[in-house]
Design a protein around this ligand. Structure first.
Ligand code: SF4
Ligand code: SF4
Length: 383
């Protein structure tokens, strides 16, 4: 699909008028969606490849073993239940195609479906995961940082102030109705001393329009008492990227985790050992202009970016420009201050769904990306 009009036609023909849908697989993202959409969209069941989940329930919705369901579903003379793919799109799409399902007719990316559903039925814009950077300072200096933090000259680094943070979200929520998740990151977000005030304000001002707030940290900076208090009040979560396999800060991290645990703050630990090699900016791996769109769709980043009152399909572009590694290209973002009409709101929706002005983001031509077309891996967190 090249345009949002094509997606709308497809949605109208194959998706809009179904009585119920199936979600696959059962992931954190699926749960985030289901907690919100279940009142509007009838979800009949959730499928998962983990057979141990068969016949368990999430909020009254039955979880079923995918293998068995897919076979039975397809044998009902062509009338298949429509499947919304919540995550791991490439792998699940491959599995569904092998089982006889047709892409965009029998199954579709859940993000596309939910966005189209709310836009067409209610004129609302729903976003899946919006990342905002509150600092470009970091306590680590990772060689392959995907925000290019190790490439900033000191003169270019900055903390985002409270006022700027407010303006960014006010600009976003003037056009957007709901965000299933807002992720606050950096650099290292805990280096920004205004983080507790930001969290508090976001929760009070837009809490009813945000499913979950998550702070992404490397766990090296002690948690201020004020932050603990606001985390408790807002129910925001902490996501810790554990780089101790590459950087010796085990004791600091242990203290950090103990502090959260003792305070009853919800947190998760990601101990990713490998990252995709983005190549940029060291090696300017160049994808041709013609194939850049395919490369971008294969990467399919699930996060969008919000900074400088601009909405980015891919947040790392913002950071590459801030670091002085890339020239700003107006086609890489939607300026939220310029949205004054319904047509301009639709441009925001199109951008979110990957129908970006030049077919792809300018950086996609140089960046290895996270898709299956990039097999080059690097060790996470190496300094
Ligand atoms: S800790 Fe995170 S933000 Fe900081 S340099 Fe490493 S990858 Fe980048
Ligand atoms: S390939 Fe493109 S969309 Fe993917 S991370 Fe790189 S710049 Fe972003």
């Amino acid at each position: 699909m090249q345009t949002i009009q094509e997606l709308e036609e497809l949605f109208e023909k194959y998706w809009e008028n179904e009585k119920g849908y199936i979600v696959m697989p059962y992931t954190i993202r699926a749960r985030a969606y289901l907690a919100v959409i279940a009142d509007d969209i009838h979800i009949e069941a959730v499928l998962d490849n983990n057979d141990a989940l068969d016949n368990t329930y999430f909020g009254g919705i039955q979880i079923k073993a995918a293998s068995k369901f897919l076979k039975e579903n397809i044998s009902q003379n062509g009338v298949k239940k429509k499947i919304l793919v919540s995550a791991h799109y490439s792998e699940i799409a491959e599995q569904l195609k092998n089982a006889g399902y047709v892409e965009n007719i029998d199954f579709i990316d859940m993000h596309m479906f939910v966005s189209m559903y709310y836009w067409r039925k209610k004129g609302e814009i729903h976003l899946l995961d919006v990342h905002t950077a509150v600092t470009t300072y970091c306590s680590l200096n990772c060689k392959n940082c995907n925000m290019f933090i190790n490439h900033y000259a000191d003169s270019r680094r900055r903390n985002i102030g409270m006022e700027e943070f407010r303006e960014n979200f006010n600009a976003l929520f003037r056009s957007v109705n709901y965000c299933y998740k807002v992720s606050i990151l950096g650099g290292e977000p805990l280096l920004n001393r205004e983080l507790p005030q930001m969290l508090d304000w976001l929760h009070k001002e837009y809490g009813s329009r945000v499913g979950q707030i998550v702070i992404v940290t490397n766990g090296t900076v002690p948690v201020q008492e004020r932050l603990i208090k606001v985390l408790k009040e807002t129910g925001a979560k902490i996501s810790i990227s554990d780089y101790t396999a590459s950087v010796p800060y085990d004791e600091k991290l242990k203290r950090f985790e103990d502090e959260l645990e003792n305070s009853g703050i919800e947190f998760e630990i990601n101990k990713e050992m490998k990252w995709k090699n983005f190549f940029f900016p060291e090696e300017k791996q160049k994808v041709s202009f013609e194939s850049a769109r395919e490369h971008m769709l294969c990467c399919n980043p699930v996060f969008r970016g919000l900074n400088d009152k601009k909405f980015y399909y891919c947040h790392i572009v913002w950071s590459a420009v801030q670091a002085g590694l890339l020239k700003e290209d107006k086609a890489d973002f939607v300026d939220l201050e310029e949205i004054k009409s319904p047509a301009e709101r639709k441009k925001l929706l199109s951008h979110d769904l990957g129908f970006v002005e030049n077919g792809s983001i300018s950086l996609c031509r140089y960046c290895g990306g996270c898709g299956s077309d990039n097999e080059s891996l690097v060790v996470a967190g190496v300094q």
